[in-house]
Design a protein around this ligand. Structure first.
Ligand SMILES: Nc1ncnc2c1ncn2[C@@H]1O[C@H](COP(=O)(O)OP(=O)(O)OP(=O)(O)O)[C@@H](O)[C@H]1O
Ligand SMILES: [Mg+2]
Length: 319
């Protein structure tokens, strides 16, 4: 079952395009990543889904409820961490969460239980009586996520949950988010590519207000990897190695890379799609008495894919 269904959403801010014709769905329990450069429309899409403002056209359903016809029930089903978390900084964490439990209509008999629960889940025990103002950025972010979780939302929408955090806090927040998947449906936005492969089941790539790709991180890697590469480390005269290997059929280019020092050098070999040349390369290295140190196919990184998708789109737009 789909927790979120988005159909042809467009949002214009006057003449300025926020997003245009965006359609996608998110399965129940799935963690979906929104990836895109600044201004690509991630926040706009999230604000429409949380009923912060209506779309210019198109619609969306959250757990079966329409964002236009039934916004009240959509709001009930969603927990939202906005881009800039508005926290009442002069309140202690515990009182803040109690206050929000009340605003969110958590029944009073359940209030203490719910607040304790989100404090546990977001590991806020050690700071629950401290003023929010005195917390580090990472802990403030956790308070924001705890607030979003208070009403046991079926869907969590997190706008850049790890922005501005230190590496340790990033790891903690990621594992917190990963732990939410399965029981809750999560949409999160990020600029950080590794974050998507580490945390998300699927990823939507947005660019200039449009959805340009949606798939699992590993399928995106496979699909867009048009020119597969092989990395070879071998000891021998570089010019001989390049000359010999470039004569093998299936090899389209060979390039020597020397990051740092010659000793760390390797060859990057571009091959034709589906060419099975690893054996041929190894054989050639062996027959020429060069010393084989390493040979392996290289996957395109998500970063390379992202750049490829985005630049191809820009190319299309210019034609
Ligand atoms: N209130 C607004 N008024 C006018 N234009 C806006 C407004 N909010 C967003 N936009 C425009 O809509 C487009 C999408 O912006 P949005 O904030 O959704 O992008 P984003 O992907 O969240 O970017 P970022 O990564 O910087 O947070 C941008 O071109 C932006 O300038
Ligand atoms: Mg944004």
């Amino acid at each position: 079952m789909n927790a979120i269904e988005v159909e042809n959403l467009s949002k214009f801010y006057g003449p300025a395009r926020g997003i245009e014709n965006v359609s996608f769905s998110v399965k129940k329990g799935e963690i979906m990543g929104f990836l895109g450069p600044n201004g690509s429309g991630k926040t706009t899409t999230m604000r429409i889904l949380t009923c912060f403002f209506p779309p210019t056209s198109g619609t969306a359903r959250v757990c079966g409820s329409d964002i236009l016809k039934d916004s009240f029930s959509v709001r009930e089903k969603i927990g939202y961490l906005p881009e800039n978390v508005p926290l009442y900084i002069d309140m202690p964490v515990f009182s803040y969460l109690n206050f929000f439990a009340e605003i969110k209509g958590v029944p009073s008999r359940l209030k203490k239980k719910k607040v304790d629960e989100v404090i546990q889940r977001c590991e806020l025990q050690s700071v629950s009586h401290r003023l929010i103002r005195k917390l580090s950025k990472g802990f403030k972010q956790r308070v924001g996520i705890a607030q979003a979780l208070l009403n046991d939302p079926e869907v969590l929408i997190l706008d850049e949950p790890t922005v501005g955090l230190d590496p340790k806090q990033i790891i903690d927040i990621r594992s917190l988010i990963k732990g939410l998947g399965g029981s809750q449906t999560v949409i999160l936005s990020t600029h950080i590519l590794p974050e998507v492969s580490m945390t998300c089941d699927r990823v939507i790539i947005m660019h200039q207000g449009k959805l340009v790709a949606v798939d699992t991180p590993s399928n995106l890697t496979k699909k867009l990897q048009q020119a597969p590469k092989i990395r070879l480390k071998a000891e021998g005269p570089a010019s001989d190695i390049i000359k010999t290997l470039s004569q093998l059929s299936g090899i389209t280019a060979i390039d020597r890379k020397e990051p740092g020092s010659e000793k760390n050098g390797f060859y990057e070999i571009e091959i034709k799609q589906n060419a099975d040349v690893i054996n041929e390369i190894a054989k050639s290295v062996y027959e020429n008495n060069w010393k084989l140190k390493e040979i392996k196919p290289v996957d395109m990184t998500l970063e390379e894919i992202f750049i490829k998708v985005v630049t191809e789109e820009e190319g299309d737009n210019n034609t």
